[in-house]
Write a protein that binds this ligand. Structure first.
Ligand SMILES: C[S@@+](CC[C@H](N)C(=O)[O-])C[C@H]1O[C@@H](n2cnc3c(N)ncnc32)[C@H](O)[C@@H]1O
Length: 230
């Protein structure tokens, strides 16, 4: 395995146990739900991962579209939400083919670091086109250049201690150190942006941009941005 796409399509130990996955995706779903502007809103969660609590977003929106590059993630989510007509699961290529103004809210959490600069530029242009007038883009968990793996480890251990899975987190970290994650991160690296660079990316794509006071995920050193089409 030598690239991020195949890593995310594999059985990895980023979520150290079922409890970690459960609390992580519950919190992310609740935060996305808090951005939903109203019950008629159509929401896109891009790079959704195993969004096992997407029904919490669907409960306050008209429709939730989960898009992820990993086929294994898509089939798990398709099976999980087969009975929920408000949740659709699609591939990124299908996102590109959607009509203009299709969503009132687009959220992408912890994905920017796995995209090349060109992929990010292309994605922002697609998001700009897909957002309805007055819509909102939330781009979360963007990693600044001075925030490395050690910061992630500290944040995970703090999060695990607060949620009662510290021991599992230590085991999970040991597994991750020995896993393809570390090798891919060491060879390919992750994409990192300063606040000013990411704000410029958003502005260049046609958004008015602001950095929110709090990151959506548990590492407070990473950044969340809100963009509105101009
Ligand atoms: C760190 S996980 C984040 C998952 C989820 N958003 C969350 O909040 O935990 C990154 C996810 O982005 C997906 N991903 C990576 N590159 C992508 C791309 N170019 N298009 C769509 N999804 C992508 C991966 O398959 C993986 O599920």
């Amino acid at each position: 395995m030598s690239d991020w796409r195949s890593f995310w399509d594999s059985e990895h130990s980023i979520y150290v146990n079922a409890r970690h996955k459960d609390v992580h995706y519950r919190e992310i779903a609740d935060q996305i739900a808090a951005f939903v502007p109203g019950p008629t809103a159509r929401v896109l969660d891009f790079g959704s991962g195993d969004a096992i609590h997407a029904d919490r977003i669907a409960a306050v929106a008209a429709e939730v579209t989960l898009a992820d590059a990993a086929p294994s993630v898509r089939s798990a989510m398709t099976a999980r939400f087969a009975g929920n007509s408000r949740i659709k699961v699609i591939a990124p290529e299908q996102v590109t083919a959607l009509p203009d103004g299709r969503f009132e809210l687009i959220v992408t959490n912890s994905v920017a670091q796995y995209l090349s600069a060109d992929e990010l530029t292309g994605l922002l242009a697609t998001f700009r086109r897909l957002l309805a007038p007055g819509g909102t883009l939330i781009f979360a968990d963007v990693v600044p250049p001075d925030v490395g793996a050690l910061s992630d480890v500290r944040a995970l251990l703090r999060y695990a201690a607060n949620h009662g899975f510290l021991l599992a987190a230590l085991v999970g970290l040991a597994k991750t150190i020995a896993s393809p994650y570390r090798k891919i991160r060491a060879t390919l690296g992750i994409a990192q942006y300063t606040e000013a660079q990411f704000m410029r990316k958003l502005a260049d794509a046609g958004f008015s941009a602001e950095r929110l006071a709090r990151n959506m995920e548990h590492n407070p050193a990473r950044m969340t941005f809100r963009g509105r089409p101009i």
